[in-house]
Structure formats: structure tokens, C-alpha cells
Design a protein around this ligand. Sequence first.
Ligand code: AQP
Length: 327
Amino acid sequence: MKRVFSGIQPSGELHLGNLLGALINWERLQDDHDAVYCVVDLHALTLPQAPEVLRQNTINLAQLLMAVGIDPERSILFVQSHVPQHPQLAWLMECTVSYGELSRMTAFKDKSNRDSTKFVSAGLFTYPALQAADILLYDTDVVPVGDDQRQHIEITRDIAERFNSRFGDTFVVPEHRIPPAGARVMDLQHPDRKMSKSEGESPGTIWVLEDEKKIEKKFKRAVTDSDGEVRFDIESKPGVSNLLSILGAATGKSPEALAESYTQYGPLKGDTAEAVIELLRPIQARFAELQADPAETERLLKMGADKAEAIAADVLARAKNNIGLLG
Ligand code: AQP
């Protein structure tokens, strides 16, 4: 069976982009893959986090992943900082990637330019090396991610190929799996920028735990355009195309085909809101049940970390041996 690995940061609440771009795919892939899923808390440290908030976000996110359908008995679900091989392999990765390659990462450019007065950590610059370590530690074949992660998976492949060619066959070179619809969910108020956790509260972000009335209101106010034609055209109609993509991802239909069923923006907004509410309802109910027992969540995460470490320790030992470190 092929192995799938992916991670998500506990850097804020889960939004619709995370769900449609990544988590729905994670859930499906469990059926025919050996799945390893990780709450990447070390990545969240690249931006400032209040310790208590980070702790709570980590537990909440693990519970949300289970509420979406990630089954910790069937898949490996764990927290990154519980498995010490991640930062250990990251150093080997940092020494295999160049400053120039890291400088070209658009996520770094975007985040470091967001506010010039803010502290820009070295971790924000080097985190693609940690992400490469996360993926390569599990001999991963497939990485299900949203479109924003395409560049990071490419750099992971480059690092793996370079390491293999310098030190002999060590890592499996992984491929990304980006969903056909919902791969890049945009902010409803700013359809030129992606929905993002670290942007914080925004009228253009739909939260997975948000109540129905607020979701309806946000879709009703979604920015469209003035030409009045329902057409899937990301370049010239980003707002309308975003609604069609969301509706397509939530219902399993293609955005192009859906466009033909609408002549006005109002019904498109209403149906998209309804489809999203239907999708979120069971997730919200299951999350409420899981929240009642955080100790059980912590037990399941420890079990996941033990299983993850058993794989990661072997791969790290292989990499250390091949690069010439003493065993
Ligand atoms: N808008 C999105 N549309 C589709 N997929 C998305 N993902 C994130 N945003 C969208 C996918 O969700 C997974 C987890 O990524 P993350 O933890 O980096 O989430 P985030 O919302 O991107 O988090 P941050 O902290 O706010 O980071 P930035 O500032 O980079 O957006 C990934 O598979 C991602 O592709």
C-alpha cells in the first residue's frame, strides 16, 4: 500500500480552505493508503504564538481532524513535537537546501512582507527544510495538500533527489496530490488572496466551527463583480469563480458544469452557503462530543507518536549513516 503523509499547523482556527483543500482528501485517502497525519506545532512557532493558545489550538485541531473523519486507530495521527526525529532530520535538510532556493519561496516573501515592523524569525525562512524532513521521514509516496503548498512539495523533491545523488539512495521522492476543486479557496471579501488561518478574524473567512447564520451572512456579502454573468473564469471573475469552486468541492461537481445552472449571483450564493452548512454540520456535532474528553485525545495522540517514531527512527538512522555521521 502507498504511504500518504500530510500536516497542518495549529496556528489558528480551521477554515473552509483547509477543509476543502486538504482535509477532505486526507479522510478519503485513508481507505486505500497507509496514512500518516501530523499536527505540525513546530511550524506554528515560525510566527508568534501565546503558549496557552498554542496548547489549546493543538488539542482542538487534533479533535477537529478526528471530527472530519481521521481515524487514529486506522491512520497514524500525532503531534510533530512528540517525535524528535523531525527537528533532527531538519538540520540535515537545511544543509542540503541552498539559501537561494529558500529565498524563492513565495510563502516566506508573503509572510515576511505582511508587516515590516514585525519580527521575522529565521524559522520562517528555513521551515521548508523542516517540512521536507516531516515528509521524507515516513518514506512518503503521496502528499495531499492545497495548491499553496505546491512550491514546498517541489523543494522537498529537490532536496530528496539531491541527497540521494550525493549520498546514495536514502529517501523516497514524494508526489503531491492537489484536489480538482477547492485547491485554492479564496477569501470571500478579497478573492485575490487565499483564505488563511493566520489572517485572524475576517468577514471573508468561513470557519469550520462557525454558526449557520454567520456563514449565510458571509456568503450573502461575498464580493463578486458587476457584469452579472455566472461563468467560471478565475482571471476575470475571481469572486464568482471562488463561489463555484467552493460549491463544486462541497458537492463533488465541477465548477464549470455548476456555472451553467445559474443565471444570477443571489441563488449561487444561497446554494453555496447551504452546501457548506450541510458539509460542516456533522463535523461540528462530532467535534462537540470529542471536546468533552481531552484526556482521551491526548492518549490517542501519544499512541500515534509511538507509531510514528517507530518509522521515523529507521529513516533518520539511514540518513545519518549515509551522510557519514557515527551511529
Ligand atoms: N485557502 C486555502 N485553500 C485550499 N487549501 C488551503 N490550505 C490552506 N489554505 C488553503 C491547505 O490546508 C493545509 C494546511 O495548511 P496550513 O496549516 O499551512 O494552513 P493555513 O491556513 O495556510 O495556515 P496559516 O498559518 O494561515 O499559513 P499561511 O499564512 O501560509 O496561510 C495545507 O495542505 C494547505 O495547502
